[in-house]
Design a protein around this ligand. Sequence first.
Ligand code: 6PG
Length: 247
Amino acid sequence: MNREVMVFRDARRLAECARDIWGDVCRTSSEAGYFRAVLSGGETPIPLYQSLAEEGVSCSWDATHIYFADERFVPFDHPDSNYGAIRKVLLDKVPLRPSQVHPVPVEGSPEAAAIRYEQEIRAEFGLPDGKPSFDLAVLGIGEDGHTASLFPGTPVLREKRRIAAPVFPETAAHARITLTFPVLNKCRTVMFIVTGRKKAAVLAGTLAGEPGIPAVRVRPRGRLFYLLDDAAASAWKRTGVETGEAV
Ligand code: 6PG
């Protein structure tokens, strides 16, 4: 298995490690022309985004393009907007031109917006068909096992054809738009960041491969990192195959 699990005692060191992974992938990808990163919303990745903005990263922003794993179907100035939140802590603070940031559209209907996002990704990648290969995806896991907006029990879990699709989860306040499994699984590197005791049970299930947890189905061909804090890792039964040492 290509996954690497790392457990951190200290939130600052977790964010530093995530930033180092970002820097490594950015440098390697930029040599080929572009570094295309997919970001998630929610609370967990905020320290990484702050660290990228405040400490900087050992890679120029010139070749970086930012995309979103998912979005809540609300205006960008709504408190629940992923783009709005990430703009404040990261995008407004680093030298990215507007043409390097690709928010999910949130006008019209969720269905139409998902189609437009897919069209934008195809245009940016120069890809008339097939799926794009993003260089890095930063993902989180919800307590119910969702990742991006791939919620348990929603039809999007079966989606094979589309790059982006609308989701109407009963358990969420807003409709969502999400990238699909085939796209996440084509990413060159996926970095899950999971922290807090509330995530311990779902994280243990995810690492044990329990069917029914959507996050389990993110198995990219490239590298797969799980960056955890002690609390999130507290229910995980280590197999011995993985390092997972607390650092
Ligand atoms: C979102 C996300 C989602 C998130 C998890 C974990 O828009 O909500 O992209 O998949 O990563 O829900 O959220 P927290 O980090 O807030 O726990």
